[in-house]
Design a protein around this ligand. Structure first.
Ligand code: IPD
Length: 282
């Protein structure tokens, strides 16, 4: 993930793209909410706790049909299906269910995340989202954003204030699925927890980012995120006036992504760097 376009200049009809992102996300959201399975087909991915259900696949197929049906020249990068390159310079970056574990357990913190980006979403620092939508059918709520148009929650324009000091910050985070990664994340969290108000683990990076944008979390950070987890949410944060950063001069990437109002983002970045939060696992 990142914040540059790799030199690609694309004239994007942002308002139209934002409307299409929302339409697709709401359709996929209705599918996963209304057709919640009675009998689960669960497969595992990177570890026995990293799951994918038949509804992740069904919702991604639907997103594919709606988005590429409307704009056949665009590319699409999906969590389940990988990259289908396009020719327009725009690539849809979609997570059909961000928070699959919540969805499986009947917890409401899951969302459909749909964004469209210029650049190459598989090269950190060489792409940027231009429109997006995070729709949570479980929570019954929707965020949208378009570059230059702003960020919105239920149609209400979002504008972040200065944010608190780190010591008063409510900070969201999340954990990967592999044991070594979690050991490292637990070490970082143990160092950060005494320095902040408290921590929340909601279970969907897309929702975490939107909660930063609308002020219900002060900050969020996580290591190991993929472009589809964050493409829409990072645009919502930026358009609300927040910052999305990486560590040690590296753009936000799988290495580490953090989001907060600007001053708090800088302080959190320094703390996470001091805790070596981007260090590879032993
Ligand atoms: C996961 C969620 C979770 C985060 C994980 C992600 P998924 O996405 O966003 O909050 O902690 O790192 O992988 O697997 O439910 O699409």
């Amino acid at each position: 993930m990142g914040d540059e376009t790799g030199g690609v200049a694309v004239q994007a009809p942002v308002a139209e793209l934002m409307a299409l992102a929302e339409r697709a996300a709401r359709k996929a959201g209705a599918l996963i909410r209304d057709e919640r399975p009675e009998s689960w087909q669960v497969q595992t991915k990177s570890s026995p706790t990293d799951v994918v259900t038949q509804m992740d696949h069904a919702a991604e197929d639907l997103l594919n049909d709606v988005l590429l049906g409307a704009r056949p020249e665009d590319g699409l990068l999906g969590e389940e299906g990988g990259l289908q390159p396009g020719t327009s310079g725009l690539t849809w970056v979609v997570d059909p269910i961000d928070g699959t574990v919540n969805y499986l357990y009947g917890q409401p913190g899951y969302a459909v995340s749909v964004a469209v980006a210029v650049g190459d979403p598989l090269r950190p620092g060489h792409w940027t989202p231009v429109a997006g939508c995070v729709h949570s059918p479980g929570l019954g709520t929707t965020w949208t954003a378009g570059v230059g148009l702003g960020a919105f929650h239920e149609g209400r324009r979002l504008q972040l204030g200065a944010g608190p000091e780190l010591s008063a910050a409510l900070v969201g985070t999340g954990f990967g699925y592999r044991a070594e990664r979690r050991r490292q994340q637990a070490r970082v969290l143990a160092g950060l927890l005494p320095l902040i108000r408290d921590v929340r683990r909601i279970g969907s990076a897309a929702i975490d980012l939107c909660l930063v944008a609308d002020g219900r979390l002060d900050a969020y950070y996580e290591r190991g995120l993929h472009p589809w987890d964050v493409a829409a949410g990072m645009l919502v944060v930026r358009e609300a006036g927040g910052q999305v950063l990486g560590l040690n001069g590296v753009p936000p990437s799988e290495h580490l992504l953090l989001a907060a109002p600007p001053a708090l983002a800088e302080t959190l970045r320094e703390r996470l760097q001091a805790l070596d939060a981007g260090r590879d696992e032993d």
